[in-house]
Design a protein around this ligand. Structure first.
Ligand code: BG6
Length: 508
């Protein structure tokens, strides 16, 4: 990571959860690691009326609770918080942007921040175009006296149409190079390590294609429910919340061709090509290739977990999916005929994100398999929580005969000792400050991802007969998700067992 030029970071929605849990703790960590600009100020803007001291106190609590940095002290926290100032702000009032412009000018003069500004929109998406438009009217998108960059959180759009409209409005104000769309999975160390695993080892890449790979499986499971985000989640669902962005980006990194360089556009061009090669779903096939589910109440080791429809902010008759599993193909030279199975869900038995490359079997079974079945080789790339790589292969069982035993070669990041794996937001903030957009989503990739999902969104909206299955909390989702494998002798990898004591699978 690099030390960026002097600048001011303006956070819209600064009194919200994201600033408190992610943005400010990430800044603290960059500060501790001497990765903030020499001259740096943060201006927090929010609707709530909060005195500056009180705001800083809140942030201090946020850093203490959410930072993963070991070196936390009041003195060091003050080192960053002395550069944070909060102002009550109405996003819809043009006069407030004039005031913001004055505040920025004064801060530049007092702190030598060189007239460079980043605007971070940690706000609901409905405010994106309003804020961008008002910034432009106040002359704050103009780069004549320093750089201007703008960061958007996901979801970036609600469907293809809204995403196209949003990109169009933003491009009337900002150049694409000024726009940074966050997908925090791209900031995860282990997601980036996918590039290194694939393209720095002579071993894997020759096998990384349809000739040797039978299928690819990507899982992002969470054991938590929607927590206090029921209101947002009920209008989003797992397809928009996780698949459109995080899962498809992981597919992109897994399936892309080697980029010509590490230049931001070289990498993003390759991800775009993968997205453009997705074999489109036909609306009438959606029920066969895409399964959706919603968690229902269950007991886990005696403790009761409520179902999704009982969560705060959720419609009691909601048909929003908290689980999605799908099968699709990438129609290109490398992947033709190789199925990709991806799934994500809330309230599954554990938190795990992993990519499993399932290799083809040997052409002929020469050996006995003893009393266990011979597994095909698998390469498991564990994104979280136990970051690492696992290779499963067959070995001779010691003793008479030639019995094959399945064994693991297992690398854990933690084996590297006390090397700290940076948080996704640290990396992403450091990158935007340095003007590196490699790990941010580009306009065309986001649009192409929505385009791929459009038939699913249409089918679910138009065909009430498409089922949504209930699955008890702490189980691996609806059983019909196994049907995606269409009777082949394979199924999902289950990193642990279902944990529910009771609860019923049902059709909702
Ligand atoms: C967010 C989603 O983008 O990612 C959340 O909105 C989800 O619903 C979260 O819980 C998962 O992120 P992570 O880093 O915990 O895997």
């Amino acid at each position: 990571m690099k030390k960026p030029a002097n600048q001011i970071l303006v956070v819209f929605g600064a009194s919200g959860d994201l600033a408190n849990r992610k943005i400010i703790p990430a800044l603290y960590s960059l500060f501790i690691n001497n990765l903030l600009p020499e001259r740096f100020e943060v201006i927090g803007l929010g609707r709530s009326v909060i005195a500056n001291d009180e705001y800083r106190k809140r942030l201090e609590n946020g850093i203490t609770s959410f930072s993963r940095v070991e070196d936390i002290s009041r003195e060091k926290i003050s080192g960053i918080l002395n550069h944070v100032n909060y102002y009550t702000f109405d996003n819809s009032k043009p006069e407030d942007y004039k005031k913001l412009s004055e505040i920025l000018g004064k801060a530049d003069n007092a702190s030598g921040t060189s007239g460079n500004y980043i605007f971070y929109l940690a706000t609901p998406p409905s405010l994106y175009t309003i804020i961008a438009g008002n910034l432009a009217k106040a002359g704050l998108s103009n780069q004549s006296s320093g750089f201007r960059r703008i960061i958007f959180e996901k979801p970036f759009g609600y469907d293809l149409k809204s995403c196209l409209e949003l990109n169009k409005s933003l491009h009337e104000i900002f150049l694409e190079e000024q726009i940074y769309r966050i997908d925090h999975y791209l900031g995860k160390e282990t997601v980036q390590n996918l590039l290194v695993t694939r393209f720095s080892n002579g071993l894997f890449e020759p096998l990384w294609n349809r000739n040797y790979i039978e299928y690819v499986e990507i899982t992002s499971a969470e054991n938590i429910g929607v927590e206090n985000r029921g209101g947002y989640y009920d209008s989003a669902g797992a397809l928009r919340d996780m698949v459109q962005n995080h899962l498809l980006q992981m597919v992109g990194m897994t399936a892309m061709e080697p980029p010509s360089s590490l230049n931001p556009n070289a990498i993003r061009n390759e991800i775009l090509k993968v997205f453009q090669s997705f074999q489109p779903y036909k609306e009438e096939d959606v029920s066969k290739y895409v399964m959706r589910g919603q968690y229902t109440g269950s007991r886990v080791r005696g403790e009761c977990f409520s179902g999704y429809r009982q969560e705060k902010g959720v419609d009691p008759n909601s048909r929003t999916e908290t689980y999605v599993a799908m099968k699709f193909y990438i129609s290109n030279w490398r992947w033709g005929g190789v199925p990709f199975y991806i799934r994500t869900g809330k309230r599954l038995p554990t938190r795990v994100t992993e990519i499993v490359i399932h290799f083809k079997p040997t052409p002929h079974f020469l050996f006995q398999s003893g009393n266990q079945s011979v597994e095909n080789n698998q390469l498991i790339i564990r994104i979280q929580p136990d970051e690492g790589i696992l290779l499963k292969f067959g070995m001779k069982e010691p003793g008479a005969g030639f019995n094959v035993k399945n064994v693991n070669m297992d690398f854990h990041y933690s084996d590297l000792g006390r090397i700290r794996v940076p948080e996704a937001y640290e990396r992403l903030l450091n990158d935007v400050m340095a003007g590196d957009s490699t790990l941010y989503s580009r306009d065309d990739t986001v649009e192409t991802a929505w385009k791929f999902l459009e038939p699913i969104q249409n089918a679910w909206a138009n065909d009430q007969a498409i089922k949504i299955y209930g699955y008890p909390c702490a189980t691996w989702g609806p059983e019909p998700a196994d049907d995606l494998f269409e009777g082949k002798n394979i199924t999902w990898r289950y990193p642990c067992k279902n944990l529910a004591d009771d609860g019923l699978y049902c059709e909702l």
